[in-house]
Design a protein around this ligand. Structure first.
Ligand SMILES: [Zn+2]
Ligand SMILES: [Zn+2]
Length: 258
């Protein structure tokens, strides 16, 4: 699949509870011929190959936070790129708290940077970090991991509870990817006006969300990070009730043309 279109492709649409018929979080943003992988949870590598995507077309990888369902297949995905014959440097954007632990994990899994035939650049992100290239990305910190504060303090762990939503510009369109959030309040001031909002459903109050959509203007909503089948059914019922004809419920392999 190498057409010059801009597309948002769902590789994994499951919540953190792994499922038989969905990979956990992973998406590809395709800008012409260049691919950005967004999150890399369990099942994402095989899902990527199932869509006929080219590992050598990966331009960068963006990771929202270090929960397993968003990053556990990163080493395997790097191995896929390595064994596919990459030579160009690979930029991987991670929460800054995850850079050194992930570098150590790469070494532990024998993906030793000095051995790889391409440079892996681990780039630590804080709130408001951004870059401009074929796409432009800005990170927006949210409260998804704040519930760990007491435990981290008690155990004297260095974690900084970083989870980033992403604001992305591609061509004349903008995308807001919520990643995982603490609650809708974390991001609701960031949703208005986007061409596409990709929203996780696990940590939001659905009634509050649908009520909120009535006052903002968004091109399309893609609801993902889904749990049981009855959750999708509830979202379907509510989107009908609120007349939200521009809402799509994610499935692995779904492609949204931008
Ligand atoms: Zn998650
Ligand atoms: Zn999470």
């Amino acid at each position: 699949m190498t057409t010059g279109k801009n597309e948002f492709i769902v590789l994994g649409s499951s919540s953190g509870l792994p499922q038989a018929d969905r990979a956990t979080a992973g998406y590809v943003l395709k800008a012409g011929e260049s691919l950005s992988l967004i999150d890399c949870g369990g099942g994402v590598t095989s899902s990527f190959l199932k869509r006929g995507l080219d590992p050598l077309a990966i331009k960068r990888i963006l990771v929202s936070h270090s929960h397993p369902d968003h990053c556990c297949e990163l080493p395997l995905f790097i191995q896929l790129i390595y064994l596919s014959g990459r030579k160009e440097p690979l930029d991987i954007y991670l929460p800054s708290e995850f850079v050194e632990p992930f570098r150590a994990y790469m070494n532990a899994t024998y993906l030793i940077a000095e051995k790889l035939p391409f440079e892996v650049r681990l780039i630590g992100c804080e709130d408001g970090f951004g870059f401009e290239d074929d796409i432009s990305v800005t990170t927006v910190a949210n409260n998804h991991l704040q519930g760990y504060a007491g435990l981290l303090e008690k155990l004297d762990l260095p974690n900084k509870m970083q989870c980033h939503s992403l604001r992305i510009e591609i061509g004349d369109q903008t995308i807001f990817y919520s990643a995982d959030i603490g609650a809708l309040d974390d991001i609701k001031n960031h949703l208005d006006g986007h061409s596409l909002v990709v929203l996780e459903s696990t940590h939001i109050d659905l009634d509050q969300f649908f009520e909120f959509t009535q006052g903002i203007s968004v091109g399309r909503y893609l609801i993902s990070h889904l749990g049981r089948a009855d959750e999708s059914e509830l979202i379907r019922v509510l989107s009908e009730k609120y007349g939200l004809g521009n809402l799509v419920i994610a499935e692995d392999g779904m492609t949204i043309e931008l």
